[in-house]
Design a protein around this ligand. Structure first.
Ligand code: PXG
Length: 288
């Protein structure tokens, strides 16, 4: 496998970054995770825009233009002979000295990994996830806007550790006000009758690109979409629940905090959305 690293494609074993890169020293950088389906990169443009916006929020200089980035992403898939996979784009502050200041760092580092992806075990898609609310709250937007997809994922990693410590594969995270924000690496949705509800981004969730896709296809399933504050109670008593993300796609949730959701099986509307989601992602995208 070849990895793009600061201007050249190198073998995976040689893809090494400096320990003085502030991406390594401080998590000072941004990233994206993108899917390749049948030779088409799904929503590449949306991912490139979000990457640029994350960088802008951190006053981080993009190392290449949008056009160059698009071409490098496609080239990364081609050189690895991939037609299905997962692309990880990473932009770092670059090499600097010890100390937080980004002054003197640079140029920005760029890494593109195009690899295959290991999904959640198949069983989760068939039987649904059992998740739990964790004590760690989602970072306040006043501390670091949750829409910035930064290299510092400790907030989410702590949540994941707490969920796993209780034997659950995923964590439900609340914001400082106690409303539902998202899961450690996925957005969360509930279905109540013919309404699909998800926390608005101001609640402390990432504006997930898969979330946007789910919202787009919800109309085709006859659902009304609401973005609003959700409480744990709203989730517990929902007819159906699921999570969404680039890596996970759409995964049914059948239990939250020991409360069984619906009849404890993946809900019929969730399964219809999942079907439509699969059709949507495979027929669309940027040809590599
Ligand atoms: N929330 C958070 C905090 C995320 O990190 C999502 C929601 C879903 O967003 P998308 O745009 O993917 O629908 C994410 C997704 C990785 C990796 O290793 C990426 C994510 C999460 C976990 C791991 O590339 N991002």
């Amino acid at each position: 496998m070849k990895v793009y690293l600061n201007g050249e494609f190198v073998e995976k074993e040689d893809a090494k970054v400096s320990v003085f890169d502030h991406g390594f020293l401080y998590g000072d950088g941004v990233f994206e995770g993108i899917r390749l389906y049948d030779g088409n990169i799904y929503k590449l443009e949306e991912h490139l825009v979000r990457l640029e916006q994350s960088a802008k929020a951190l006053l981080l200089q993009m190392p290449v233009s949008r056009d160059e980035m698009r071409e490098l992403v496609c080239e990364s898939c081609r050189v690895n002979g991939l037609s299905n996979g997962y692309i990880r784009l990473i932009v770092t502050r670059g090499v600097g000295s010890l100390g937080l200041s980004p002054r003197g760092c640079g140029p920005s580092g760029l890494v593109i990994i195009a690899d295959t992806i290991e999904l959640f075990p198949k069983q989760y898609y068939e039987d649904g996830l059992k998740i739990v609310t964790v004590p760690t709250r989602r970072l306040s937007a006043a501390a670091l806007p949750p829409m910035v997809k930064s290299l510092n994922y400790l907030n989410n990693i702590l949540a994941k550790i707490e969920a796993q410590a209780t034997g659950h594969p995923e964590a439900l995270m609340l914001n400082e006000q106690g409303y539902v924000a998202e899961c450690s690496g996925d957005n969360v949705f509930i279905i109540q009758g013919t309404t699909l509800a998800t926390p608005h981004t101001a609640s402390g969730s990432l504006r997930g690109i898969t979330r946007d896709t789910v919202i787009e296809i919800a109309g085709e399933c006859g659902l009304t979409v609401e973005k609003k504050n959700l409480t744990r109670y709203d989730i517990w008593v929902a007819d159906e629940c699921f999570v969404s993300g680039t890596a996970a796609e759409v995964v049914p949730v059948v239990e939250v905090d020991s409360r069984v959701i619906g009849d404890g099986r993946p809900g019929p509307t969730t399964l219809r959305l999942l079907e439509k989601f699969k059709e949507h992602v495979t027929g669309d995208g940027t040809r590599i």
